[in-house]
Structures are given as structure tokens and as C-alpha cells.
Design a protein around this ligand. Sequence first.
Ligand code: NAP
Length: 306
Amino acid sequence: MTKIYDTIILGAGPAGLTAAIYTARSRLSTCILERVGPGGTALIIDKLENYPGFPDGISGYELAMKMEQQARKFGTEIIMDEALEISGKPGVFTVKGADVSYTARTILIATGSSYQKLEVPGESELAGKGVSYCATCDGAFFRNQRIAVIGGGNSALQEAVYLSRFASEIYLIHRRDAYRASKLLQERISEKPVIKPVLDTIVTKINGKDKVESVLIKNVKTDKATLLPLEGVFVAVGHTPNTAFCGKFLKLDGKGYIITDEALQTSVPGVFAAGDCRVTGLRQVATAVGDGAYASESIDKLLQKL
Ligand code: NAP
């Protein structure tokens, strides 16, 4: 007979793991479906400095492993599978996995987001051959080399600071005249002479045969094009939500983020969303954790009514 869980959580990032700690500890049968491995995008954070409780910072990996351990300790089942579709009605939902389907009374979607691509010629062809989306994963390959980091948000500036340990020269290329990253990160990059800000500039092409050899950049104010020889390109231009699988079932906003109410319930009663995949004003590990805790409370309340 198919097991019916009280709740199935999709995604084992900070939001999903936190929710599982709460629901499993409340003796609700809890299963997490995770397609890659526990941790989500937090895994690649070299040092989390703004997560409370760790004055010297903690690596995303270490924090994620501790969260996973804690969720399992209270009885959470973690199954490696990818949610491909959700269907059902309040009280009985089905999640279609790669080979099997899972049944639960409630669902929590905490599938996070993926790296946004630049969408320029050469990017996909040279991915893994000099084009990277993760400085902590690939930074060490670029020791004493010239690289570019693309983007102006917290991720781009944080990646540039991290990469300054390895690279000999880092062009921090941003399409506008001001970075949107925090003042603290802007101060940090100004203290690193290897990081060279390149503002009002877009990358129009990444060149190379078997590996990255140069990028073609264009100043958006003057239209002047320049060929910049380098060996690596780190793309940090934001994220897109991992919600394609549930778009037919739930209401999403124009960018694909899940719309929730105050209780973090989606447009379908009994289906909740938490963390980076939902419409929210701030996407941090701390806010994902808060979402997970709050969603678990809403799930518990609904199950008591059911
Ligand atoms: P983000 O804040 O959305 O920044 C994306 C950056 O990429 C922006 O500067 C944007 O330019 C640029 N961009 C977007 N599309 C582009 C394109 N097609 N071509 C060129 N540039 C493009 O994303 P993020 O930096 O990944 O951060 C995501 C969330 O995580 C944010 O809420 C951030 O605060 C948080 N985060 C926090 C920390 C921290 O607290 N230490 C670290 C990392 C991330 P415009 O500025 O012109 O829009």
C-alpha cells in the first residue's frame, strides 16, 4: 500500500530542512524529496557571515549538513528524487517522481532557485571550460589567471572577493553605473587591487575553442566594443525559481515565483511554499529558515483541522 505522509517537502535547502525539523519534531510523518543533495544553493557559500549564531561565519556546506542531521534526527525521511508534477486536492496530493509517485496530506514546495544564464553566444558551449556559476566550486582552477565576474549584486561582489585569493586580475563587469550589492561588499572590493570595476558594460560574446580565451564587451553608454583576453568567466546575474514543474497547478508571478498568502499557503489549499522559490522581499538563508518554520506551523494547523 502507498504510504501517505502528513507532509511531503520538495527541496532540502535551508527552507525545506527547517520545515522538516519542525514537522518531524511535531510527530508529523515527513518526507523530503531532493533531486541533487541536501543543502541547496547555500551549499556553495564559502562563508556565511550574516547567519545568526556564528560570529566567525560558517560555511554553507557545514550549516546544511547540520540542518540535515537535525532533520533526520527527528525522523525525517529524505528520498533522492525529483518532483516532476503535483496533482490532487486538499487532504490527498500526489507528487510524481522520476519512477514512483508519492502521496501526502499536505505539500511544502521549497525548491529554491537556479543560476540565471547570461544568454550570450559561447556561454553554454564553454560552460565547464572556463565559464562557471560557482566561485567556491571552481575558483581554485584559476590561480594566477585573468578572469571576469559578471553582475552587480551581492553574489557577484562576494564571488569577486572570494576569487581574489586565486586570480591575478578580476574584471567585475556590471551593466549599470552602480553595483546593487551591500555597501560592506562594495568596500571590500575597493580594498582589493586585483578587482577592477568595469561599469556600464555588458558581455556580448564569450570566445574560445576548447576553453575560454576572451570576452567581447560593450560599453552601453558609448557603444564601444572591446575584446578582453582572459581565461575564466564567472556569471552571477541572479537566479530563476525552480517552479516549472508546478506552474500548471499553482499561481506563479510573471517571473515564475510562487504566490503565497500570509500563512505561506499557495493558491491551492494544502500546498505551501517557502524560501527562494516564492514571492518575497528578501532571499537569504535566514529568511528561508524563517519561512520553513512558519510554513510548518501552517501545515500543522491545517492537518489538525483535516
Ligand atoms: P541579484 O541581487 O538579483 O543581482 C543580480 C545582478 O545581476 C544585478 O546586479 C543585475 O543587474 C545583474 N543582471 C541581471 N541580469 C543580467 C544580465 N542579463 N546581464 C548582465 N547583468 C545582469 O542576484 P544575486 O546577487 O544572485 O543575489 C540574490 C539574492 O541573494 C539577493 O537577495 C541577495 O541579497 C542575496 N545574497 C546575499 C548575500 C549576502 O548577504 N552576503 C550574498 C549573495 C546573495 P541590475 O543591478 O542592473 O539589475
